[in-house]
Every structure is written in structure tokens, then in C-alpha cells.
Design a protein around this ligand. Structure first.
Ligand SMILES: [Zn+2]
Length: 306
């Protein structure tokens, strides 16, 4: 049987929706599919996909990873389809060849009549989403680094508010009495010990220059995408902490790697020490009595932290 090798783009947005197109021609007209098309001789799947999406949708995409290569026997040919998880770099998904398109949210994945091979991919995406959800549940609040800091401070007598929505950056913990916001940062997402700028403050190129660190290993695949993402997060962190400082807040960042079992107690002790020093500095006027500790009393979160 004739074999056809094609590539397809599962274009997603930040809300987890995926982009489906309806075929406007041929035997399988009106069926829903992921956009893409045939590979040309000498092309890599990634090159073919970028070209196809440009031709079909006038849109540039960033390819993140291969989701699945589907093999399917249609009546007249055998299809081999490489499906990639992608997002939009630029462009508006203008339909040049398809007759319709839809953004489908997670609970709408089954709302359209997918072509048989594409349906297999949809099932795969659903399965991955389920697994992701399970993983997220396993790494749920109780085991998160943030929880270690909360328990550690609570045990040492500190009281705090959580994720204050009114403050820039929604700090993980807010200790008003200490005028301090505590951020508990994941080393990967926030690029711990990763320099995306040179000493002169110039942005380094995304290809080779940015080096991984012990606790932030930047993936080799799609390196540029990850570096850009980490850079954005770092810039946002700096900006938010600057705004907090202008509002009179101290900011303390606790890194995930500092909460490893071997370092945890030292980190928490040093955090408590820093907080106490801040408080003492604020109340260093001789002869002045300490203010009432109950100032915020009942308003504090009374959740059982232990
Ligand atoms: Zn780290």
C-alpha cells in the first residue's frame, strides 16, 4: 500500500485549548484535523511543519515537542503522521485552505468529528492531560517547597498571610509585622544561578551562551524557547520585587534547592534570623515598649499548619 508521511501541529494556547481545522477539499472534506501536511524530500519533520503552517495559516509556530507518531491505514494508503505540540510565535491563523477552525478547550476535545488518525492523537493528548493532573495531585500543596517554608516558620512562631492578591507578584507568604514578603521559587522556572544577562546588562544570545546551573538544567531541545521563558520569569521577578521595595516591603527569596532535607533546617533558621533582625531594626528606639503582638491577632490565618 502507498505510504504517506505527514506532519501535524497541535497548536495550543496558554489556557490549554487546542486549535482544530476543518478540511475543505478532497475525499475527507469536512473532517476535523490538526493542520499540517506532507513532508517534502530532504525536509526534516520540523522544517516541513513550519512551512506547512505558514502556507496554510500564514502563521509562524514554535515547535515544543513530538507528542506522537500515528500510523493509520486509510482505505487507499498508509498514513504516518508526526504530531508536534506547538504554540504561535506570530500570525493570526488565517485560513488559506481550510473551511473552518475552532479553538477547543479541554472539555470540547470531542465536540468535532475528527478524522480517524487525528482522533488517535486527541486520545493521546487527553491521556497526557490526565497523567499531568495526577502528577500535579501527587506534588500537591503539602509536599511543595512553599509548604516546607510555611511549616518551618509557623513552628518558629511566625504568622503570615498567603498569596496576597493585592501585592505585586502575589508573594507566597506575607509577614506584615516584619514588612517582608517571602517568595518560594522553583529553581528551574526562575533560573536559579542562571545568568541570562552579561555583566554589562546585555541580554545574552539564546543559543549557546546561557549556561545551565546545578539546579536549573535548561533542556537541550528547544533551548531558545526555555531560555526565553526563564528570562521572562527573571525579568518579572525583578520588576515585582522593585515595586514591592518602593512600597516599603523587604523581599526574601527562598530557593527550592535550599530546602533539600540536608539544607532545610539551616535555611529556615537563617530565614527566621533575618526576619527577627528586620523587626529589631524597626523597633530599635531606646526605651520604647514593644508594640502589642496581638495587633493583627484574629485576622491571621489560623489554618492548622502542622
Ligand atoms: Zn537552586
Amino acid at each position: 500500500m502507498k505510504q504517506i508521511e505527514v506532519v501535524a501541529a497541535i497548536i495550543h494556547d496558554d489556557e490549554g485549548r487546542i486549535f482544530a481545522t476543518q478540511r475543505g477539499y478532497g475525499d475527507m472534506k469536512d473532517g476535523w484535523e490538526f493542520p499540517g501536511g506532507k513532508m517534502e524530500p530532504g525536509e526534516s519533520p520540523e522544517e516541513a511543519l513550519k512551512r506547512e503552517i505558514w502556507e496554510e495559516l500564514e502563521t509562524r509556530i514554535v515547535i515544543e515537542r513530538l507528542v506522537q507518531t500515528v500510523e493509520y491505514d486509510y482505505p487507499k494508503f498508509h498514513l504516518k503522521m508526526h504530531c508536534f505540540w506547538c504554540h504561535i510565535e506570530s500570525g493570526r491563523l488565517t485560513l488559506k485552505e481550510h473551511e473552518a477552525s475552532r479553538w477547543l478547550s479541554k472539555n470540547q476535545f470531542d465536540c468535532v468529528d475528527w478524522l480517524p488518525a487525528d482522533r488517535i492523537v486527541v486520545e493521546k493528548i487527553k491521556e497526557q492531560a490526565r497523567r499531568h493532573k495526577n502528577m500535579a495531585a501527587i506534588h500537591s500543596k503539602d509536599t511543595k517547597p512553599e509548604m516546607i517554608v510555611r511549616r518551618g516558620l509557623w513552628k518558629r512562631g511566625f504568622r503570615y498571610r498567603l498569596n496576597s492578591p493585592k501585592l505585586p507578584g502575589h508573594p507566597d507568604l506575607v509577614l506584615r509585622k516584619y514588612r517582608t514578603c517571602v517568595f518560594v521559587n522553583g529553581c528551574f522556572w526562575h533560573g536559579h544561578h542562571v545568568e541570562v544577562k552579561s555583566e554589562k546588562g546585555e541580554v545574552k544570545s539564546e543559543r549557546g551562551e546561557v549556561k545551565s546551573s546545578e539546579c536549573c538544567k535548561i533542556p537541550r531541545t528547544n533551548r531558545e524557547f526555555w531560555v526565553a521563558k526563564i528570562r521572562r520569569n527573571q525579568e518579572r521577578d525583578t520588576e515585582e520585587q522593585k515595586r514591592l521595595a518602593e512600597m516599603g516591603w523587604h523581599c526574601i527569596t527562598v530557593w527550592e534547592c535550599e530546602l533539600k532535607p540536608s539544607k532545610r533546617e539551616d535555611t529556615l533558621t537563617s530565614l527566621a534570623y533575618t526576619l527577627n533582625r528586620i523587626w529589631l531594626k524597626d523597633h530599635a528606639v531606646v526605651g520604647q515598649p514593644y508594640p502589642d503582638f496581638e495587633e493583627e491577632g484574629a485576622n491571621y490565618l489560623k489554618a492548622a499548619e502542622e
